[in-house]
Design a protein around this ligand. Structure first.
Ligand SMILES: Cc1cc2nc3c(=O)[nH]c(=O)nc-3n(C[C@H](O)[C@H](O)[C@H](O)COP(=O)(O)O)c2cc1C
Length: 225
């Protein structure tokens, strides 16, 4: 008995319908995947935006500024000073057009487990209004005391500047500076202190340009000699 599809119209139509169904499922599946990917991407971007806005609000009081800080931003590539060759975003706070503060991204490249991403709020006179860790891979329970949720360590930057303490103070206590470290986990705070100090130096050297640069453009600065 010959049951091949060539000779059996019922079988041929069954195979065709099955093939059509398979194609339909594949197309629908790909569509759903693409849609999910796009929604996930948007959700991540939106969550990051909210986290940055929360940090800006926490470090630069709303009452001290009257512009849309999140929108008034520029990017800077300054690997020597900001610890990464990726563009870092600087959000600028102003009041009646006058500079109030910046909230700027920076990276400590030499944490125990690699890069530690930071956000620094610096008032126009060069004083730190706060530092926060955005992401890190330091060891849980050992190097993660740099997180605000884990300890007060990161709050110790509040009110400091390039002149307070002076250059030699911008180290952990173990290296002769003013910053605490947890014994047995000195690499992490050493990296953060160095990155904050370098970022303050960069801000002080380029403050005018940072505030004058048109929003949504990239500022090109040369490394300091
Ligand atoms: C598994 C493991 C994980 C570690 N994680 C960290 C860390 O996240 N941060 C850190 O500073 N040191 C970490 N250390 C310790 C460093 O290797 C180094 O010994 C320490 O930072 C030096 O600090 P001290 O000079 O106070 O002894 C870790 C060590 C080991 C074995």
């Amino acid at each position: 008995m010959d049951t091949s599809a060539d000779n059996d119209p019922m079988m041929a139509s069954y195979i065709l319908r099955t093939a059509a169904l398979l194609v339909a499922f594949a197309v629908a599946g790909t569509g759903i995947l693409a849609a999910t990917e796009s929604v996930t991407h948007e959700t991540i971007a939106e969550n990051e935006r909210k986290a940055v806005v929360r940090t800006i609000d926490a470090l630069v009081p709303v009452t001290s500024r009257d512009n849309d800080v999140f929108a008034d931003r520029i990017t800077i590539v300054a690997p020597e000073s900001l610890g990464t060759d990726k563009p870092q975003t600087v959000y600028r706070a102003r009041r009646m057009g006058e500079p109030v503060a910046v909230v700027m991204e920076s990276v400590a490249p030499d944490g125990y487990s690699g890069a530690i991403r930071l956000l620094l709020a610096i008032t126009a006179d060069g004083t730190l209004a706060g530092v926060r860790v955005v992401s890190h891979r330091e060891t849980p329970g050992l190097g993660d005391y740099i997180e605000e949720e884990k300890s007060n360590w990161i709050l110790s930057f509040l009110g400091l500047s390039l002149s307070n303490p002076t250059r030699s103070g911008w180290r952990v206590k173990k290296d002769g500076g003013v910053f605490d470290q947890v014994s047995g986990a000195t690499i992490t705070p050493r990296a953060v202190v160095k990155a904050v100090h370098k970022t303050l130096q960069y801000f002080s050297q380029h403050k005018e340009q940072i505030f004058e640069q048109p929003a949504n453009t990239a500022l090109a600065t040369k490394a300091a000699p």
